[in-house]
Write a protein that binds this ligand. Structure first.
Ligand SMILES: Nc1ncnc2c1ncn2[C@@H]1O[C@H](COP(=O)(O)OP(=O)(O)O)[C@@H](O)[C@H]1O
Ligand SMILES: [Mg+2]
Length: 382
């Protein structure tokens, strides 16, 4: 029986695994401590976040706590070497052949539900997708996970890792009613009772929505260099000479902070490699070695056929993704040509018109910004 109210509050669904998560010689975490809490994995690019995260997930696999990870850079498929991991996504990436093909948001939703209820590990391969498609897939997955934890009887721990989190839950630039923002926020704020722990991985701590960062209870702070990111760290960590100490950090070195516990350590290397770092030198095991093909086909059929009543889910598909990519490529070419025209000081009303027409047609954030900049430059020049 829990003895204090706080203990009661943190009573988590499912059995608590007896095996600890060993992050380094002086940092060991019990899976029960993590369960249902939000975690921030922060640090500059190259500071070791994805490597630390892979170490964490490997340890979770050994402790039998399931996870889903939204992979943007093909960094996690090597986890398959260690056990049952489903690679899912719209397209295979080189060596990483997908087990379950996801072409619609409904399928993402259905797979999330299944992963949660059956305690399966999933690597969602979302690299090389149009930003909007990726966001929609991610939000459908988050909705599916959250919905799966509705029934108290079947609640179970599940870790949901989101790489490049500042792109989905930023402090500025995205409406608080954006579907992806809402779906992820719900998992962070209300996932605890359902056993859902969200890990936000980000290279720009200062750019993550502040109200969500403050919901995190566990922090892995790798090196940051930007002053605004250091300022954000200072609100999390009570460390003397923080600036100077961070400057001396090597890759994989962190301040780990959880409640009153503050540990400075270098995370031990994971067993698996990141295939994206060592191209061509990494051999994956036979993908069938952990689960039979028949089961994969059965899951695919179920994912394809599961009806979802959730009307928030749109039906953006891989075809849309390809159209969007082609559109974007053509727009980028147009913008480049117009920039060249500008450089030659060609005054052109036509150019302005073409740009404005393109702006009205596109909704990829990067292209919109480029077009808006070109329009302002042209207006200023004329
Ligand atoms: N714990 C560690 N020990 C030693 N080297 C590490 C460690 N973590 C990361 N590195 C090195 O730093 C590089 C970048 O790590 P990575 O995890 O990709 O960074 P990030 O995800 O923050 O961009 C890796 O290729 C690896 O060589
Ligand atoms: Mg990374």
């Amino acid at each position: 029986m829990p003895e204090t109210l706080e203990e009661l509050d943190y009573t988590v669904p499912g059995p608590i695994p007896a095996r600890p998560i060993v992050m380094s010689g002086n940092l060991t975490i019990w899976p029960g401590e993590v369960n249902g809490k939000s975690i921030a994995m922060l640090g500059n690019t190259g500071s070791g976040k994805s490597t630390s995260c892979r170490r964490f997930l490997e340890q979770m696999m050994e402790a039998n706590v399931p996870f889903s990870v939204a992979d943007i850079e093909d960094e996690y498929y090597g986890l398959k070497e260690l056990g049952d991991v489903i690679l899912a996504g719209p397209i295979s990436h080189g060596d990483a052949e997908i087990d379950i093909q996801l072409t619609t948001e409904k399928q993402c939703y259905a797979l999330a539900t299944r992963a949660y209820l059956e305690k399966r590990n999933v690597v969602l391969m979302l690299g090389d997708l149009d930003d909007n498609v990726r966001k929609n897939f991610l939000s459908a997955y988050a909705m599916g996970l959250f919905a799966a934890g509705k029934d108290v009887q079947t609640r179970t721990p599940h870790l949901f890792v989101i790489e490049e989190a500042h792109e989905y839950v930023p402090q500025v630039g995205v409406s608080r009613t954006d579907a992806c923002f809402v779906a992820l926020t719900r998992c962070i704020r209300r996932g605890r009772k359902r056993g859902i722990a969200v890990m936000l991985v980000s290279q720009r701590p200062a750019n993550i929505a502040k109200d969500l960062l403050t919901q995190c209870q566990i922090f892995f702070c790798h090196q940051v260099l930007y002053p605004t990111d250091k300022t954000t760290y200072a609100t999390i960590l009570d460390v003397e000479n923080l600036d100077r100490r961070l400057d001396d950090f090597v890759p994989g070195e962190v301040f780990y902070f959880h409640g009153k516990e503050l540990v400075q350590t270098i995370i031990s290397l994971p067993k698996t490699k990141s295939p994206s770092i060592t191209p061509g030198r990494y051999e994956l095991p036979d993908p069938e070695c952990f689960r039979p093909v028949a089961e994969r086909e059965e899951i695919q059929a179920e994912v394809n056929n599961t009806p979802t009543e959730n009307t928030d889910l749109r039906v953006l598909t891989v075809q849309d993704h390809e159209t969007l990519l082609a559109e974007r490529a053509s727009l980028i070419t147009q913008v480049e040509q117009l920039h060249r025209a500008l450089a030659l000081s060609l005054e052109s009303d036509d150019a302005l018109e073409v740009l404005e027409r393109s702006l009205a047609k596109t909704y990829a954030p990067g292209t919109r910004t480029a077009l808006q900049m070109a329009i302002s430059a042209l207006r200023a020049a004329s």
